[in-house]
Write a protein that binds this ligand. Structure first.
Ligand SMILES: *Cc1c(COP(=O)(O)O)cnc(C)c1O
Length: 371
């Protein structure tokens, strides 16, 4: 077990720092329900992310689910299948119909050239995903949304701290949902948030995350319970102090991977994007078996044999999930289907040793069978 290398490793503050942060809770006895830590983290995150408004929730999934509910949508929502289960489930659990748009082969975000053709008179919103920390084609999405009067909710689970054109990623669209899950660039153990433009939307979110309760005698929303508790908020306050340093260390790991893998034929690396300050969230590599000589699954197995656990993110596509059997046709998202069968995300976290990065690259290179 000792030598196993997982795809990620949760960031944690020094134990003393966390103990210090939670100490006053033994005086207040205030453990949840928008306490002091919750309110403090909300202020800090608003500053850090450079957003107008933000609310905190139990996790990124509830942020998505309640945001869609708060937008009072109907009918169809255009999204991509190349994402974590959460994005699609949030749509379906709101009684909405996901309409799957393909991704583009360059940054794996929603293909805006195919997007407009999917708009019908039933479409009410677009839920694009900033996948792997790559930023969607925001201007084009905005143009289409304005033209047809659609809401835009970004799944920004992978883009904590990312900036586009000098502004926080959470300032784009009507709202953006972040995940602070243990495996993400910034974590509150479990947690999430939604940043948004419209103050009225914020009031609805606040109510929906607390059972739909307006005040002590009025309950006028059918809400959930999705309040971030004080221990999670305290973890967030600690981790936020170190997140810039963590991102800088992730950059070193990414740089090393790039040095070792950039010139290898048959491996496509993630490309830097113009006007984007990235957070180095993931390191996806896409194999072209005909050129590289081994398939994604063969490389995955070779790594596994060495105790290195890369992940097949995002395989399978959400439109092929068993729970949707027969409902969708992945043949309509051919680029997503092809990438999902060829992609591997390699281990990446702040304190991943560069020696281990070298070992991982050695295993990958040993799979090469080129003529
Ligand atoms: C992690 C993740 C989510 C869900 O976030 P949780 O905090 O785990 O609920 C949603 N979408 C994407 C793309 C994710 O990676």
């Amino acid at each position: 077990m000792r030598n196993e290398i997982l795809v990620t490793r949760s960031s944690m503050p020094a134990l003393e720092e966390y103990v210090d942060e939670i100490k006053d809770m033994w005086e207040s006895h205030w453990l949840t329900n928008m306490g002091a830590k919750h309110r403090q983290l909300q202020v800090r995150l608003k500053e850090y992310l450079g957003v107008e408004n933000i609310d905190l929730l139990t996790n990124g999934h509830m942020a998505l689910e309640l945001s869609l509910q708060a937008m009072k949508l109907q009918g169809e929502v255009i999204t991509t299948p190349f994402t974590f289960a959460s994005t699609t489930h949030a749509i379906v659990r709101n009684g909405l119909t996901p309409v799957f748009c393909d991704i583009n082969p360059n940054d794996y975000t929603i293909d805006t050239e195919k997007l407009e053709g999917l708009v019908t008179d039933r479409t009410s919103a677009i839920v694009p995903v900033h996948v792997y920390g790559n930023v969607c084609h925001i201007e084009e999405i905005d143009r289409i949304a304005r033209k047809y009067g659609l809401k835009v909710l970004y799944d920004a689970a992978h883009t904590f701290g990312t900036q586009y054109k000098g502004k926080g990623i959470g300032t784009y669209g009507d709202a953006s949902c972040f995940s602070f899950h243990a495996t993400k660039v910034f974590n509150t153990i479990e947690g999430g948030a939604v940043s948004f433009k419209d103050a009225e939307f914020g009031k609805i979110i606040y109510q929906l995350k607390n059972f739909g309760i307006r005040d002590q005698e009025v309950v006028d929303g059918v809400g959930a319970n999705a309040k971030m508790n004080e221990f999670c908020a305290a973890m967030g306050l600690c981790n936020l102090r170190h997140v810039d340093e963590e991102i800088a260390r992730r950059k070193k790991v990414v740089t090393r991977y790039n040095e070792r893998l950039a010139s290898v034929n048959g491996i496509r690396l993630n490309q830097p994007q113009k006007d984007v300050k990235t957070n180095y969230a993931y390191y996806p590599v896409v194999f072209d078996e005909r050129i590289f000589g081994s398939s994604r699954n063969e490389v995955f197995a070779a790594l596994e044999a060495e105790g290195i656990y890369a992940r097949k993110y995002f395989y399978p596509l959400t439109n092929t999930f068993d729970c949707f059997h027969g409902k969708f046709d992945a043949g309509r998202t051919p680029v997503a289907l092809s990438v999902s069968k060829r992609v591997l995300t390699l281990p990446l976290y702040a304190d991943l040793d560069l020696d281990i990065v070298d070992r991982i690259c050695d295993v990958i290179l040993s799979c090469r069978k080129q003529k």
